[in-house]
Write a protein that binds this ligand. Structure first.
Ligand code: SF4
Length: 595
């Protein structure tokens, strides 16, 4: 089958057996790959009410028809399982080099079921699949794990997905790491991998992707590339994602009053310039990296040799926007070197930086309000106290002291603490907010409240992108919309979510779908997909239907497993006014969604 490897690998860690399942074209065209395929598998195979840490939960690694090609941003895959953070649909996207390697090994995805009796890793070399002992890797960081496995297998080209200590300890926001500096960050899937006693998956493939029409594919891919190069944020301008990383816009966000600050008390911060992409470039940045088939290279590479936050190594990359905001403004910490160290520890432990920073900021506000004290924490924890943040992060990963409670995520931690702590949490369905202020982006608030995986900043659109005429002409979203209103937004949110869901089912890097910046590439994406698969009658409408189907499957899983509509709730904190800045006085609450 063109575009696809046409095979999925299934591994049962309980029995140690593996097998290959054929993918037929009808199923491929219905669910595409990535989210669509993964959501279908979770709905079909995970028993209703299943404990996320039980052997019955599935851990899915899903690629799609563009993996292994030079389509821009195609080095993308998604990890899925029932989430231990939300008890609903769990998924997390990552880039790097694994997606291509798995396609070259001859698979479109992997389903892992069961639990190994001892810690193991999975070694896949084309058709040879082995479950190997990994007890000696217990407690090791992700870089050490990668190095040890590459040495054992004797092949430096092996691509590796792994967990660190946080996954082994079942921290509910442990992530799955790959290629050392890439994270499938959200919804705690590293903890599912840890519960299965699966330390890593090592992949080596020597095949290639097959394309139905290579010449036509090349034409569309090059046309797409030309548009990306012209794009104001992805091209070669001094403020581009390649030059400044995703943290390039920190100061603009603060100026717009939507930089999450002091555990969401305000959206403007006097020290934004200290943690921005420009500050990073002028201090600790030593380079940048790109995922496979990416012309942009937004991944930062930083080094901090010595000093109180020294020992930051380039292998672990560097902090991107979400990390900079979560460990910076959200905790009122202007020390960029400490943020780089916290980022490195998260990558080594396998911890989601968004949820980890949110847990620390939540604890800081609990201390400020007298809900927690030095007796519970074990040391003073003031806003901006970077050494205390590093100490607390270590305790979370090791589940020591108060870290054991914070490892549960802010919703569960607040419920246990009581004394009004739940008033200080900012999450939906148990997933902490991405670093985007919904009181200054009202359409995003609707997306946060209803998205299948909880407060998901990657699901819909971000309102400033609609503040220009003709923002999404293919979707019929042409009118200018104010970021502070909900007027006209529900329809736009739904359409944006369907398109995003299509992109996530391909999957390609969401930046490459050019949904902001005034340059559109829907025709090129359709052209690449049609030329790869041979689906020459493919239309944009069919892609939207694929996206809608995938979204509905994901949403159905969450409704089936957790609170359904009753849990489509915004946190109480968002009904309180933002304190300062250009979004000052803004609020948003569930009642605002009433028709
Ligand atoms: S833009 Fe960034 S995240 Fe996306 S593919 Fe390129 S390097 Fe990876």
């Amino acid at each position: 089958m063109n575009g696809y490897a046409g095979r999925w690998l299934r591994v049962d860690l309980g029995s140690g057996k593996s097998g290959v399942e054929a993918l037929d074209e009808k199923r491929a065209r219905r669910y595409l790959g990535g989210r669509g395929m993964g959501a279908r598998i979770l709905l079909d195979e995970v028993p209703v009410g299943c404990d996320p840490f039980s052997p019955e939960n599935r851990l899915v690694f899903a690629m799609g028809p563009l993996a292994g090609t030079f389509a821009p941003g195609a080095g993308r895959f998604v990890v899925l399982a029932k989430s231990p953070a939300t008890d609903g649909f769990g998924e997390a996207y990552t880039g790097g080099f694994v997606a291509h390697e798995l396609k070259y090994a001859g698979y479109d995805g992997i389903v892992v079921q069961g639990t190994a009796a001892e810690m193991v890793y999975l070694a896949i070399v084309n058709d040879r699949v082995e479950v190997r002992p990994a007890a000696r890797l217990a407690g090791r960081g992700t870089l050490e794990t990668e190095e040890a496995i590459k040495t054992e297998l004797g092949d430096r080209e092996t691509k590796i997905v792994s967990i660190g200590l946080a996954g082994e300890k079942r921290v509910r926001y442990a992530c799955v790491m790959n290629d050392t500096d890439r994270a499938a960050g959200r919804t705690g899937l590293g903890a599912v991998m840890g519960a299965k006693n699966l330390k890593a998956v090592a992949i080596r493939g020597t095949g290639r992707a097959t394309l139905a029409d290579p010449k036509r594919f090349r034409e569309f891919a090059l046309a797409n590339l030309a548009k990306i190069r012209k794009h104001p944020w992805l091209g070669n301008s001094p403020g581009s994602a390649g030059a400044l990383g995703t943290a390039g816009g920190v100061e603009d966000l603060s100026n717009s009053g939507i930089l999450p600050t002091r555990n969401w008390e305000t959206g403007a911060w006097d020290y934004a310039d200290r943690i921005s992409g420009t500050a990073m470039k002028n201090t600790i940045l030593i380079g940048h990296r790109a995922c496979q088939a990416c012309p942009v290279g937004c991944t930062r590479v930083v080094r901090v040799a010595d000093g109180p936050f020294g020992g930051v190594r380039p292998e672990y990359g560097g902090p991107e926007y979400e990390t900079v905001a979560a460990f910076g403004s959200l905790c009122e910490n202007p020390n960029l070197e400490s943020i780089a160290l916290l980022n490195q520890r998260c990558n080594a432990y396998g911890l989601d930086t968004i949820s980890a920073g949110s847990a620390i900021a939540f604890a800081m506000e609990c201390v400020e309000k007298g809900i927690l004290g030095e007796r519970e924490i074990g040391f003073p924890l003031a806003w901006g106290d970077a050494p205390a943040m590093v100490r607390l992060l270590d305790m979370i990963a090791k589940r020591e002291g108060i870290g054991d409670l914070l490892a549960e995520g802010v919703r569960r931690a607040a419920a246990q603490i009581g004394r009004g702590a739940s008033e200080l949490t900012v999450e939906v369905k148990g997933l902490e907010f991405g670093m985007h202020e919904a009181r200054g982006k009202k359409g995003l608030a609707l997306s946060y409240a209803t998205a299948p995986r909880g407060a998901d900043h990657m699901e819909g659109f971000h309102d400033p992108s609609l503040a220009v005429p003709n923002a999404w002409p293919e979707l019929g979203v042409t009118e200018v919309m104010d970021r502070f209103t909900l007027e006209g937004k529900p329809r736009a949110v739904r359409l944006a979510e369907d398109y995003t869901s299509f992109i996530n089912s391909l999957p390609i890097c969401s930046f490459m779908s050019l949904t902001v910046g005034g340059i559109r590439n829907t025709e090129e994406i359709t052209g690449m997909l049609a030329a790869a698969t041979g689906w020459n009658d493919l239309t944009f409408d069919e892609e939207m239907a694929m996206g809608e189907r995938a979204y509905n499957l994901a949403r159905a899983f969450t409704v089936r497993e957790s609170g359904g509509r009753a849990d489509d709730r915004l946190p109480a904190k968002l009904a309180r006014r933002l304190r300062d800045g250009a979004s000052r006085e803004q609020v948003i609450a569930d009642k605002d969604f009433a028709p």
